[in-house]
Design a protein around this ligand. Structure first.
Ligand code: SF4
Length: 337
């Protein structure tokens, strides 16, 4: 698949643009990628995004784009289901809401009332707020938390902007998490020891059944090889591990392929965690996707979130953990406490 031809040009039939942002340079740049889309001027993105009774599932299948201005809440403290990798002052930021990929288990389906994609075009205000917070303390910041930022790099260059900003601020470290991208634009991201490229890896079975639209495992591995060659600190994320019939064989085959292609001793670290999700998100998602085996699985609920039954969780996580035993000192495992 060629990103520019197949993903971008035909991606959005409608673009909603906040009146205040209609002459913004980023707005103009982004809309230039979609010559065929109808442009609709709106007052506030929330009038469209937060409308009641929207179908996330329907909107994901014919996603529209909303260009807006973020006015507050530029930095959020991390969530308990995230791993901190021993960093202090762990935040995430949402320059975009929702994703062009469509992972069946994605928490965004439970978090947002709409499946449409929002891009906040005032990136300079995010940088300004990060700079202000850096005056108080160092920051570890996940910048691709509510989206897959690199998948949209051809139209925003946000990863490039944020990485160049990070390079200039020694007490800032960012993580850009991705399932890979079909474009080559990620290579413009600034190489720095404080710009971590984190790749989510899943077996082909999981990619084809649950991670709709995402690059195949071989493509992700090739991108990791290239990123390591270019000098990026690379994080491998075997997270979320999904339980399904025959998972063991699929995950072992994936680890075999990864070990065959990547020198694990050279990766920065590795994260392992099985699927978990906030109780309220899963409740909504189950209503919207009654046929999804990954969402309808009988998870157990405690401390406000659903996860695999403890014994099953241990077993599925150990399938991957044990297969990576030779690099166990690099592994961070999500703990259910
Ligand atoms: S790539 Fe990440 S953000 Fe995008 S749909 Fe999948 S899980 Fe959600």
């Amino acid at each position: 698949m060629h990103f520019k031809e197949d993903v971008v040009v035909n991606k959005f039939s409608h673009i909603y643009i906040e009146e205040e942002m209609k002459d913004n340079a980023m707005t103009k740049k982004i809309t230039s990628f979609f010559p065929h889309a109808s442009k609709i001027i709106i007052h506030d993105y929330r009038d469209v995004f937060n409308r009641r009774k929207q179908s996330h599932a329907h909107q994901k299948s014919s996603q529209n784009l909303i260009l807006a201005k973020k006015k507050n809440d530029f930095l959020y403290p991390s969530s308990p289901v995230c791993q901190s990798f021993d960093y202090e002052n762990f935040y995430y930021t949402t320059t975009m809401m929702n994703c062009i990929y469509d992972c069946e288990y994605c928490f965004l389906k439970g978090m947002y009332p709409s499946g449409n994609l929002v891009i906040f075009v005032n990136i300079e205000d995010f940088l300004h707020e990060i700079e202000n917070r850096l005056k108080e303390h160092s920051i570890y910041l996940c910048v691709s938390y509510d989206t897959d930022m690199l998948a949209l790099e051809p139209i925003t260059q946000y990863a490039k902007i944020l990485s160049e900003f990070t390079e200039k601020h020694p007490s800032l470290c960012i993580e850009i998490r991705t399932k890979g991208t079909y474009s080559q634009d990620w290579k413009n991201v600034c190489v720095s020891e404080r710009v971590i490229l984190a790749f989510t890896l899943s077996p082909e079975y999981v990619i084809s059944h649950y991670e709709h639209g995402t690059p195949p495992l071989t493509k992700r591995i090739a991108m990791i090889q290239e990123a390591m060659k270019m000098g990026y600190p690379v994080r491998l994320c075997f997270d979320p591990i999904i339980a399904f019939q025959g998972y063991e064989k699929e995950y072992l085959e994936m680890v075999r392929l990864v070990k065959e292609s990547i020198d694990l001793k050279r990766v920065k670290d590795i994260s392992i965690g099985s699927f978990r999700i906030s109780r309220n998100y899963l409740k909504d998602m189950r209503k919207q996707y009654p046929d999804s085996s990954v969402l309808q699985y009988p998870y157990v609920c405690d401390h406000g979130f659903y996860h695999l039954r403890d014994d099953i969780q241990k077993k599925v996580e150990h399938t991957v953990l044990d297969a990576l035993d030779e690099v166990k000192d690099k592994i961070y495992q999500w703990e259910n406490e």
